[in-house]
Design a protein around this ligand. Structure first.
Ligand SMILES: [Zn+2]
Length: 574
C-alpha cells in the first residue's frame, strides 16, 4: 500500500485519535446503493449533491473506518449516520482515477464497527465545480490538445457530461491510488472497483438550472437512458432518472441542448450546428444495417448516438448510447461506429466478451466488406498491439490470478474489447461464416446461465474439437501464441510440382489455428495449421514452383512475437 507523505502524517494523528493502531484499508467497503439528488448549475459549472449511500464491509474483519472519495474539485460538506453526524477528516489523495489527478478523501469513523459483509447507510453532502481538466494526462507529458480531447468531461452551459470513476469521481468511490505513469496501474484499480461495485444500484434525481426558459428542455441521459424532464421552477428543470445497475462503463451523466433526428435504424441527438453531419451518420448507418442484420439478427430498437462538441473528442459508450463528435466524423468512422452500435441493438448479452467482443468484431466485418480482408487485418493490428502490451505486462511467470483472468469473467476493457474481437475473428476463420452465424442466432440471453453456454453453441455448429481453443482463450487467460517457422524443406514431386514440408513451433502458451503462406516465383499458397500451445506441427503444401519463403500468421492471430514468423527456403537439392 502506498501513502503520500501527507497521508502518513495524517495517519499518525489518527492513531492517537482512535487509540488503536491500524492500517488504512481504502477498499474495505463497497458502495452497493446510491440515492443521490444533484443540483447542477451549468453557468457556474457547479454540482451540489446530497443523498444516501449504502456501504458494505467486504472484509472478513469488522471495520470501523470507511474511506469515501470524490473528485478534488468537489468538497465534503457533511456525513451522517442516521441523525448523527459522524467524525470525518478530509485530505487530498493523489490518484489518476479522476481527471484532476487527485481526490477529496473523507476518512470516516463510523459510529460502531460494521461486521463482515454487513452494511451501513450514510447520508452525505458534497459540492464544488467540474471544469474541463486534463491534469492527470498533461502531468505525464500528454500534449494538451490530446489530453483535453481525452478528458472532455465538464459541467458547462450548453453541454454537460461527466463520466464516472476512471474519468470524474462525481459520486463517492473508495479505491487505492491509481497511477497513470505505472503500466496497468489505473486499469487494475478500476477493475477492482468495478468488480466490487457489480450489482450496485444508482438512482438519480436532478435539478438543473436552465438559462433558456422559453427554449426546449435539455436532453438528459443517465448511463445512456433518457431521464424524464419536467420544468420545475422558473429556470429550473427537474429530472428523474431510472435507477440503474452499475455497468462496466461507469455511471455517466449527460445534459445538452440537443436536436433529434430519427431515421430508420438510428436516433441521432446532435448539437444545433451539426445537422448535416448527423444526417451523414444516419446515411452510413443505413448502408451498414444489412450486414449487421445478416450476422446478428434484426434490431430490437434504434441505435442511439449523441454528439460531442469537441470535434476531436474520444468517443465513449454510455450504456447503449454512443457519445461521439459528429462534426468531424469521416464516412469510414461513421460506418465503423454505426456497425458497433447497430450490433448492440441487434444482439444482447450481459457477458462483455460476447456483447462488446461481437460489436467490435462487427466493425472488422464492416471494414472487410468495404475494403477487403487486408484492411480488416490492419485495423485489428491496432487492437492486437494493445493486447500484446497488456499480455506482456502481465509478466512471467503469471500468477494464478492472471492465469484465471479469463475472457468469460473479465471486466478489463483491453480484454473484453480487443482480445474478444480477435477471438471472434479466429473462431470465424476456424468454423466459417455460416456456422458462426448459426451459433450467434441460436444464442438466447435468458438461457445464458453458464460461461460455457456460448462456447457450447459454437461447438454444436462444427465437427472440430475446439475445447483447447476455449480453454486457452476464453475460460482461462493463457496469454498469446508465439509462432516460429522452424524448418521448411522443399522437394520435387513426380508430377513436376513441388512439395514443401513446413514445421512451425508455437513457443507461446496459447494454441491457435494460423495461416501458413508459401511464397514462390509468381505466386503464393496459403493453408491453415492448428498448433497447440508449446507444440510443433508440420504441414505439407504443394506449389507449382519451388518455395522461396514461408510466412506464418497473416495478422489474424494475436501473437507475442512476430519477428520469427518468416523463413527463407533453400532450393530443392534433387
Ligand atoms: Zn460497445
Amino acid at each position: 500500500m502506498r501513502f503520500p507523505a501527507k497521508a502518513l502524517c495524517f495517519l499518525c494523528a489518527l492513531y492517537v485519535l482512535c487509540g488503536a493502531s491500524f492500517a488504512l484499508d481504502r477498499e474495505a467497503f463497497s458502495i452497493t446503493n446510491y440515492n443521490l439528488y444533484l443540483q447542477i448549475e451549468p453557468e457556474q459549472h457547479r454540482l451540489g449533491v446530497r443523498g444516501k449511500i449504502t456501504l458494505r464491509n467486504d472484509r472478513d474483519a469488522p471495520q470501523k473506518i470507511a474511506v469515501l472519495q470524490i473528485s478534488s474539485s468537489l468538497g465534503w460538506r457533511s456525513i451522517k449516520a442516521g441523525d448523527r453526524a459522524v467524525q470525518f477528516v478530509t485530505q487530498p489523495f493523489t490518484s489518476d482515477i479522476d481527471h484532476t489527478g487527485q481526490l477529496s478523501e473523507a476518512i470516516v469513523t463510523l459510529p460502531q464497527e460494521v461486521a463482515p459483509h454487513a452494511s451501513v447507510d450514510l447520508d452525505i453532502a458534497y459540492e464544488g465545480v467540474i471544469l474541463l481538466d486534463a491534469t492527470r494526462l498533461t502531468r505525464i507529458g500528454t500534449p494538451e490538445d490530446l489530453a483535453k480531447s481525452t478528458d472532455w468531461d465538464q459541467i458547462d452551459t450548453s453541454f454537460t457530461a461527466v463520466r464516472g470513476a476512471g474519468y470524474v469521481a462525481w459520486y463517492p468511490i473508495a479505491t487505492e491510488s491509481a497511477n497513470l505513469s505505472e503500466n496497468n496501474d489505473l486499469p487494475q484499480v478500476l477493475t477492482r472497483w468495478k468488480v466490487r461495485e457489480a450489482g450496485s444500484v444508482m438512482h438519480l434525481r436532478l435539478a438543473v438550472s436552465w438559462k433558456q426558459i422559453d427554449s426546449p428542455l435539455p436532453h438528459t441521459f443517465f448511463s445512456g437512458l433518457p431521464c424524464t424532464m419536467e420544468p420545475y421552477l422558473l429556470g429550473v428543470v427537474d429530472a428523474d432518472c431510472l435507477p440503474q445497475k452499475e455497468r462496466l462503463t461507469s455511471p455517466s451523466l449527460l445534459i445538452a441542448d440537443y436536436l433529434v433526428q430519427e431515421k430508420l435504424g438510428v436516433e441521432m441527438h446532435f448539437l444545433p450546428a451539426h445537422g448535416a453531419a448527423a444526417a451523414r451518420f444516419a446515411e452510413e448507418a443505413e448502408k451498414v444495417a444489412p450486414l449487421i442484420h445478416d450476422w446478428f439478427g434484426s434490431q430490437r430498437e434504434r441505435a442511439k448516438v449523441a454528439d460531442l462538441p469537441d470535434p476531436d473528442a474520444a468517443p465513449f459508450e454510455s450504456g447503449a448510447l454512443l457519445l461521439t463528435p459528429l462534426s468531424n466524423l469521416s464516412s469510414n468512422s461513421a460506418g465503423l461506429a454505426a456497425a458497433h452500435q447497430l450490433t448492440h441493438v441487434s444482439f444482447l448479452s450481459f457477458r462483455p466478451w460476447i456483447d462488446e467482443g461481437l460489436a467490435h468484431f462487427a466493425q472488422v466485418l464492416y471494414l472487410e466488406q468495404q475494403k477487403g480482408r487486408q484492411a480488416a487485418l490492419v485495423y485489428m493490428g491496432a487492437h492486437r498491439s494493445v493486447l500484446t502490451a497488456f499480455e506482456s505486462s502481465a509478466g512471467t511467470p503469471r500468477s494464478d490470478e492472471e492465469v484465471t483472468h479469463s475472457l468469460v469473467n473479465t471486466v478489463n476493457e483491453e480484454l473484453y474489447r480487443s482480445k474478444a474481437m480477435c477471438v471472434w475473428w479466429m473462431l470465424r476463420d476456424v468454423i466459417g461464416d455460416a456456422a458462426l452465424k448459426k451459433a450467434i442466432a441460436s444464442y438466447k440471453p435468458e438461457q445464458d446461465n453458464d460461461p460455457t453456454y456460448m462456447p457450447r453453441l459454437i461447438a454444436a455448429q462444427t465437427q472440430r474439437d475446439l475445447s483447447w481453443f476455449f480453454d486457452d482463450w476464453v475460460y482461462r487467460d493463457h496469454g498469446l501464441p508465439d509462432f516460429k517457422v522452424e524448418s521448411a524443406f522443399s522437394s520435387r514431386t513426380l508430377t513436376k510440382s513441388f512439395l514443401v514440408a513446413i514445421t512451425v513451433d508455437n513457443l507461446g502458451s496459447a494454441g491457435a489455428e494460423v495461416p501458413v503462406k508459401v511464397k514462390f516465383a509468381g505466386g503464393e499458397v496459403t493453408k491453415r495449421l492448428e498448433i497447440r500451445a508449446k507444440q510443433k506441427a508440420t504441414i505439407r503444401i504443394e506449389t507449382p514452383a519451388a518455395a522461396q519463403e514461408i510466412v506464418v500468421n497473416d495478422g489474424s492471430v494475436p501473437e507475442s512475437d512476430t519477428t520469427n514468423n518468416t523463413l527463407k527456403v533453400d532450393a530443392p537439392s534433387n
